[in-house]
Design a protein around this ligand. Structure first.
Ligand code: FE2
Length: 423
C-alpha cells in the first residue's frame, strides 16, 4: 500500500500516461497503469507533473519591505542599496522572520520548494543571519532554504565584513557570497573573489557571488571567479550570479570567457525580472536589457539557474514569487522562443537550479524525494505561457498546497461557456 499515487501524469520529457507512486516520502515507482493502491490518489488527467520549481537566487531578508523608509525613484541598483542601508537600523529579527516566512508560503503555493537566499552580513549583530537560520530550520519540512553569506556593502569596502563573514559561516550559513563589483577598485574586487573562494575551499562550502552586476562591458570579475574556481579545485561548486556586464561585453572576449567557465565548472544565475529593471538605466536609446547571455551559456554547456531575486523590496516593487513568471521573462529577454529553447528555460527553474544548489535526491525517478507539482497545463511550454495554476504541490508524499483550476465563465448572450485558456 503506497501513501500517494498521482495517476495519468505527463512528465517534463514528454512521457504521457505515467502513474507515480510515493511511499515513505520517496518515489517508489513510476510506470503506466500502476496496479497498486494508496492512501490517497490524485488524478492528473494528463496534466504536467514536474519536480518542484527552484529559485536559485533570492533575498529573504529584504523581501516585502517595499516603501521602507522610501521608494526607489531612480530605479537603479545603487539607490536600492542606499535605501536598504537606511532601512537596516530599523530591522528586528521578528520583522525579518515574519516577512521571509510570508514569502516562503508564497513560494510553496507557487510550487517552488527550494530557494537559495542571500542574507546580508553587513549588520554586526547578524540579526538577519540568525533570523533566517531559524526560519531555514523551521521551514525544512516544506521548503529547502539555502543561505548565502552576502556582504552587501563589500567584503573589503565595508569595515567589519571580513569578520562578519567568518561569524556567519560559523553560525551555519552554507554558501560563501561576495560582491566584487561593489568594492572600491577592480583590483580590490579581484582580491575579494580570491579571498572568498579560499574561505569556501578551506571550509568545503559552495560559492555564489553577485558578480559584475553592472552595464560596464569591462567588468571582469567573472574571469577572476572562474580562475579561482579552477585554481582551488572548486569545479561544480561555484556560481556567478547576475553577470549582467556580459550582456554588454565584446563578443570576442565572451568567446574566450565562456569556454573558460565551462572548463572551471562555473554556473551562472540570471535574474531576468530584476536585470531588465535595474540595468540600462544610464543608457539613452537603444537601451541595454542587461540579462546575461543565457542562450550562449547553455549552448556552451554551462549550467544556468534562474532567480526571482526580489519581491516587493527596495529594488523591485512587483512579484508574487512565481518562477514561471521569471521563466516567461527570461525567454522573452533572451530571444529563446524556439520550442526546445522554452523547454530548456523550464529546466533552468527545475533540474538545472537543483543541480546548481546541490539538492540531493531531486527529480522524478524511483528513490528521489516524493516532491512534485501538478500544473493545469499539458506541457512545460503551456505552463510558462499561462503561468499555469499549481493544482497540487506535494512534499515528501504529502499534499501541502492546492489551488482551484482557473476557469472563466462567459455569458455571451445566452450561450454560457467555460474558458480555461488551454489551447
Ligand atoms: Fe541578488
Amino acid at each position: 500500500m503506497l501513501d500517494l499515487i498521482i495517476r495519468n501524469a505527463t512528465l517534463p520529457d514528454g512521457r504521457q500516461g505515467v502513474d507515480i507512486g510515493i511511499e515513505e516520502g520517496r518515489i517508489a515507482v513510476l510506470k503506466p497503469k500502476l496496479e497498486a493502491q494508496a492512501g490517497r490518489e490524485i488524478h492528473a488527467d494528463g496534466y504536467l507533473v514536474t519536480p518542484p520549481l527552484v529559485d536559485s537566487h533570492f533575498h529573504m531578508d529584504a523581501t516585502l519591505s517595499l516603501g521602507r523608509p522610501r521608494h526607489n525613484e531612480s530605479g537603479t541598483l545603487l539607490e536600492g542599496i542606499q535605501i536598504w542601508a537606511e532601512q537596516q537600523p530599523m530591522l528586528t529579527a521578528e520583522d525579518i522572520k515574519t516577512r521571509a516566512a510570508t514569502q516562503c508560503r508564497w513560494a510553496i503555493a507557487r510550487g517552488c520548494l527550494a530557494v537559495r537566499s542571500h542574507v546580508d552580513i553587513a549588520d554586526p549583530a547578524l540579526t538577519a543571519v540568525e533570523a533566517l537560520l531559524e526560519l531555514r530550520d523551521e521551514m525544512r519540512p516544506w521548503l529547502d532554504l539555502q543561505l548565502v553569506a552576502f556582504p552587501q556593502n563589500g567584503y573589503f569596502r565595508d569595515q567589519g565584513a571580513v569578520e562578519n563573514m567568518k561569524r556567519a559561516l560559523d553560525l551555519g550559513v552554507e554558501v560563501v557570497g561576495g560582491i566584487p563589483h561593489f568594492e572600491r577598485t577592480m583590483a580590490e574586487g579581484a582580491a575579494s573573489v580570491k579571498a572568498l573562494c579560499e574561505i569556501a575551499a578551506a571550509r568545503g562550502l559552495l560559492v555564489d557571488m553577485h558578480c559584475d552586476e553592472s552595464d560596464d562591458p569591462l567588468s571582469r570579475h567573472i574571469e577572476s571567479l572562474t580562475f579561482e574556481a579552477q585554481r582551488l579545485g572548486l569545479q561544480g561548486r561555484v556560481t556567478g550570479s547576475h553577470l549582467t556586464s556580459m550582456h554588454a561585453m565584446d563578443n570576442y572576449y565572451v568567446s574566450k570567457l565562456l569556454p573558460l567557465m565551462r572548463e572551471a565548472g562555473v554556473a551562472a544565475v540570471a535574474n531576468p525580472l530584476i536585470n531588465i529593471t535595474l540595468q540600462g538605466r544610464y543608457d539613452s536609446y537603444p537601451k541595454r536589457r542587461g540579462m546575461t547571455r543565457v542562450k550562449e551559456l547553455l549552448k556552451t554547456g554551462i549550467n544556468v539557474g534562474l532567480g526571482h531575486d526580489c519581491v516587493m523590496d527596495p529594488w523591485y516593487s512587483l512579484g508574487s514569487h512565481d518562477m514561471l513568471e521569471v521563466a516567461h521573462m527570461a525567454l522573452h529577454v533572451g530571444h529563446m522562443t524556439g520550442r526546445a529553447e522554452i523547454r530548456e528555460i523550464f529546466s533552468c527553474i527545475t533540474a538545472r537550479g537543483a543541480r546548481l544548489m546541490h539538492l540531493p535526491d531531486y527529480g522524478l525517478a524511483p528513490g528521489c524525494h516524493g516532491d512534485l507539482v501538478v500544473f493545469q497545463a499539458r506541457d512545460c511550454i503551456e505552463a510558462i505561457r499561462l503561468r499555469a495554476t499549481r493544482l497540487y504541490v506535494v512534499r515528501r508524499g504529502k499534499v501541502i498546497a492546492t489551488s482551484p483550476p482557473q476557469v472563466a465563465q462567459l455569458d455571451l448572450g445566452g450561450a454560457r461557456r467555460d474558458v480555461d485558456f488551454l489551447a
